[in-house]
Design a protein around this ligand. Structure first.
Ligand SMILES: [Zn+2]
Ligand SMILES: [Zn+2]
Length: 300
């Protein structure tokens, strides 16, 4: 017969921390906290045994963390804020105040707030020089942050050291910075396909991991087969902008399934935009509707 002795034993199986302590330790925003549940508890328990270290700075994760990034690295990411080119998302800070002349900027008269607001309104819809000269095949491109500092290191750890767990905070960064302005009716999220030999060596396509997380958060299907590479290309890193365009010309083909559909193309880094523009061209040829491009980072 069981006696009262079984009660304390059952109690001892409970996790060592109660929910309020867990919440203050992990510090998740309310929306994701609802989904965190057992995963957060497991992370907390695991941290007690094996303290998690940030893959960028190797500090313990601490407050404000976005696993596996520590709070310090997460907060130091140089997020891209408006104003930027309405087409390609290039931050206008990179162009100084070239989008509007100083005389127009000062039209607000004595009130600097009114002047600034008018200045912002006036410059926001103006496409950047390259987009005005030759509009890209995509309708819209946005990036979450500049390709520098901790984000650059995090993307290197993600791609070249196989830290796949970084897909989650990096995709969430993209969603937090760029998700609010996305139009409704996106039919699919499509990752930029990686060259087959590079995917084989790496073991995964980083764009697909990001797109997968993004698709789940947006409630849109992931369609990795809607874009395919049809010929090999050289690595883009050592090429000039013109060489990059020539290198990827005709390298992609889109599925007939894209016809009339609005698609969101996802990649890790927007460098010159040559690869993304070529992906968009293939989608456009196959009859896609609206074509948006999202990248975690942008070379500015
Ligand atoms: Zn760190
Ligand atoms: Zn532009």
């Amino acid at each position: 017969m069981k006696t009262g002795g079984s009660e304390p034993r059952r109690t001892s199986l409970r996790p060592p921390s109660d929910p309020p302590r867990l919440a203050s330790r992990v510090e998740r925003p309310a929306a994701s906290y609802r989904q965190a549940g057992l995963a957060a508890l497991a992370t907390t328990l695991l941290d007690l045994v094996f303290p998690a270290l940030c893959p960028v700075c190797e500090a313990s994760l601490g407050p404000g963390r976005r696993d596996p990034l520590c709070g310090g690295c997460w907060n130091a990411i140089a997020r891209i804020e408006p104003p930027y080119c309405p087409t390609c998302g290039r931050p206008y800070a990179a162009f100084g105040t070239a989008a509007i002349g100083p005389s127009e900027a000062g039209r607000g008269g004595g009130s600097s707030d009114a002047g600034f607001a008018e200045h912002e309104r006036a410059r926001r819809p103006v496409p950047c020089g390259p987009c005005a000269a030759e509009p890209p095949a995509y309708d819209y491109a946005r990036s979450a942050a500049r390709y520098e500092g901790p984000l650059r290191d995090a993307l290197h750890a993600f791609k070249f050291s196989g830290r796949r767990a970084l897909a989650r905070p990096l995709a969430d960064l993209l969603l937090e910075q760029c998700g609010g302005a996305l139009p409704g009716g996106i039919a699919a999220v499509v990752p930029v396909p990686l060259a087959r030999d590079r995917e084989y060596l790496r073991g995964f396509n980083q764009a697909r991991l990001l797109a997968d997380r993004l698709a789940g958060q947006l409630g849109a299907p992931l369609e990795p087969r809607w874009l395919a590479r049809v010929r090999a290309t050289h690595p883009q890193s050592d090429l000039s902008a013109a060489e990059r365009r020539a290198n990827v010309r005709g390298a992609f083909r889109a599925s007939a399934a894209v016809a009339g559909r609005d698609v969101l193309v996802v990649d890790d880094v927007f460098t010159t935009g040559a690869t993304l523009a070529e992906c968009a061209r293939a989608l456009r040829e196959a009859g896609a509707g609206w074509i948006g491009v999202l990248t975690v980072a942008r070379v500015v």
